[in-house]
Design a protein around this ligand. Sequence first.
Ligand code: NAP
Length: 482
Amino acid sequence: MPQFNHLIHGEWVASTSYSPNVNPSDLTDVIGEYAQGGASEVNAAVAAAAAAFPAWSTSGIQARHDVLDKIGNEILARKEELGALLAREEGKTRAEAIGEAARAGQIFKFFAGECLRLAGETLPSVRPGIGIEITREPIGVVGLITPWNFPIAIPAWKIAPALAFGNCVVLKPADLAPASAWALADIIHRSGLPAGVFNLVMGRGSVIGDALVQHPGVAAISFTGSVGVGRRIAQACVESGKKVQLEMGGKNPQVVLDDADLAQAVELSAQSAFYSTGQRCTASSRLIVTEGIYPRFIEALQARMAQIRVGDALAAGTDMGPVVSQAQLEQDLAYVQIGKAEGATLLRGGTRVACHTGAGKQGYFMSPALLVDTHAAMRINREEVFGPVASVLRVKDYDEALAVANDTPFGLAAGIATTSLKHATHFKRHSQAGMVMVNLPTAGVDYHVPFGGRKGSSYGPREQGRYAQEFYTTVKTAYTLA
Ligand code: NAP
């Protein structure tokens, strides 16, 4: 069985223990043994990053551009292979995974360009004869903690801006899906980046993640994951004075109004609720439907769900891959029961199933679930399930739909399906989410614009696009007497 090691100071470093990375589509398929680190590996990685920082933070922007562009080119050239690996370890379909790998490449190429575009400001002083320059500088060693559901794109959208703006990095990827992060680290390692500028330490979050968050040599933590872990990280960062950025869960609403194009509304609802097995922070898990279209929408959505083939992520014809793990599958199935116990009606799906190819693959396959007769106070409408489970809320009109959409502790993404310019415009203005979609799935975003949410979904500056510089740089104001 191949073993995959940490990357510390430009060297692959073996570990005393390893854990198997198992394919959720086929539990007999082990992708490899991945190193399990501890505090000593974190200490070594932070020391390597700190030692590399003085030279990297003052390196030329052309050199930084070239290395990020090279990384992006290799990812794009190998997107099929990287996508197949991603699908094998995480369970999204091959097509979705290739798309994610390509996205990682595009992100590196975008931030290669951003190296050349880091602008400052000059202003006159209120005092005569003085000039003011406002510049952005790197912050130091940045700890990046990432989840399993986008195991190459999320590391990419943190690593690329961190490096572009002159920081050094220690990445701790999710223990459930380290293969994509390891493959990315291998590409970065061979890109010509100086030793120690980028380091990878793998293992459990409670061990390595915690050691990274507590380390006094780390200047900032960027975290994507669950609300519970994120809040604890924020507390620890505030206590030690670290800059912190959190991207967390969602309970995203998809509003469907009477005047919506029915076929379009059904398609975008099915896409955002169930594709990638519903394991997207931007998935819409609450479908808020007005009375006039409700019966037609429910009938058409069930017909669409009947077409979704569940099975091996790598098999031809699969529309929805497996749930990522046994624990996540149990959580998804439990939430279906919680919804039923609260009074919801399960119209379709919500059970463990066999692979659609009938090839006898043992995986964590679950049929997409549709719950109706739900109301806003139910747990199924307040808590993130993070699986292929959608609940429907029937509402009277647009005003009630907007109120229900905003009635959530989260605020990541929100969508509306309507042909009314008035309602679309009002929804864009009054939705309490960080990202709003009109006649588009809530899941599916661009890489050159800000990504993030409000309320319980996010904390700190936005990720991605030009806005990434808010987190990955610190501002300096310099006064000069002319
Ligand atoms: P998670 O359990 O919170 O884990 C996220 C990362 O934090 C993992 O690398 C994890 O390590 C690590 N971690 C766990 N405990 C830690 C600790 N005490 N200190 C430091 N790090 C620790 O989340 P997940 O299950 O991987 O991902 C699913 C969640 O991510 C969902 O809530 C989803 O909505 C959210 N998400 C949000 C966005 C967004 O941009 N808003 C995007 C994608 C996903 P282990 O692997 O060892 O657990």
